[in-house]
Write a protein that binds this ligand. Structure first.
Ligand code: GFB
Length: 315
């Protein structure tokens, strides 16, 4: 990848897209193409075609998506299916038509069957029933993987798919209804501390196991794969994670320590647990030459600092 290449980051205001922009800038890439969703509605095929014809990007990071935590996924399945299918289909087809050299499509480990063996190897895709709370999102992301593979096979493109584990970090969504667990608990625990409450609420049983990757590591992995790997090496797709997991209960305890809250946890059993376990097998990622660098403790400390400076003051 030439430092003067034109690089389009779809979704540059989101958690992952903004981290990819920071990473690319730090490495000296200067010709970044960025559009807000107001400037370019990626669900609109004509608009996307015109944009690609005009800008002619060399490389594309497809980090734009309709995303959310367990409740948002379960509440808005139609939007998760429709918007994601539209965004990814429009961008992938326009990238092919306009001869993009390489594209990275971002998915999620929710593509795996609910009860797949652990850790999740790439080959377990489509070997069982999906987790119902995020089936719509998973179906859209599986379609994206298959679309990239089909385009590579039929048109000889270099479209790579990456499946990150649960991500967190600066510019995350801290809305309590639609966010993922880590930012939600960070905000709840911070508020409990400020209000001197005795407890805060954790959804579900606290027993599901999850793996968390700092978004700066995710961005670094994406840029590394873009710079160093081709579609043939990656094959169908590659997991991106740490290979380490903890329970939601343990996550809440870790957050309490970092934030400095000594109260109690209450469990809300009316909320879903979702998939019981979701741990990535990162053998392939390591073989490709990339390894995560930010451990959870440090990542949570950094994210809490960012939250205090950027969100808590306005809450
Ligand atoms: O992060 P999360 O919303 O998504 O929830 P998933 C993970 C676990 O944390 C679930 C529990 O067992 C939740 O019940 N949890 C506890 C909470 N307290 C809270 C809370 O205050 N807020 C939230 N949100 N959860 C998503 C998928 O699954 O993961 C997406 O729905 C995507 O499709 C994403 O794949 C990475 O890990 O269950």
């Amino acid at each position: 990848m030439d430092k003067n290449s034109k690089v389009y980051i779809a979704g540059h205001r989101g958690l992952v897209g903004s981290a990819i922009v920071r990473n690319l800038k730090s490495k000296g890439y200067e010709q970044l193409i960025l559009r807000t969703s107001k400037e370019l509605d990626l669900r609109n095929q004509n608009a996307v075609q015109q944009f690609f014809e005009k800008e002619r990007p060399d490389y594309v990071f497809l980090a734009a998506a309709k995303v959310g935590g367990i409740l948002a996924n379960a509440t808005y399945p139609a939007q998760f299916l429709y918007e994601n299918l539209m965004i990814q289909s429009n961008v992938i087809e326009a990238a092919k038509q306009n001869k993009v050299k390489k594209l990275i499509f971002l998915g999620s480990t929710c593509i795996y069957p609910k009860l797949a063996p652990q850790p999740l190897k790439e080959e377990y895709l489509l070997t069982g029933e999906l987790e119902p709370t995020n089936e719509a999102y998973a179906i859209a992301k599986i379609a994206g993987i298959k679309m990239c593979n089909a385009y590579n096979k039929q048109y000889g493109t270099e479209f790579i798919s990456v499946m990150p584990t649960n991500l967190y970090g600066p510019y995350d969504n801290f809305d309590l209804e639609t966010s993922h667990v880590l930012p939600a608990l960070m905000r709840k625990i911070h508020k409990a501390k400020v209000n001197q409450d005795e407890s805060f609420v954790v959804w579900g049983s606290g027993s599901p196991l999850r793996e968390f990757l700092h978004v700066d590591d995710m961005a670094d992995a994406c840029v590394y794969l873009m710079e160093n790997c081709n579609a043939e090496q990656i094959d169908e797709f590659v997991n991106i994670g740490t290979g380490k997991e903890l329970s939601i209960f343990e996550l809440a305890q870790t957050l309490c320590k970092v934030i400095g809250f000594e109260g109690k946890l209450e469990f809300d059993a009316t909320k879903p647990d979702g998939t019981p376990r979701k741990l990535t097998d990162v053998t392939k990622l390591h073989q490709l030459g990339w390894h995560h660098k930010i451990e959870l403790q440090r990542g949570v400390q950094d994210t809490y600092k960012w939250y205090l400076e950027n969100v808590a003051n306005y809450d």
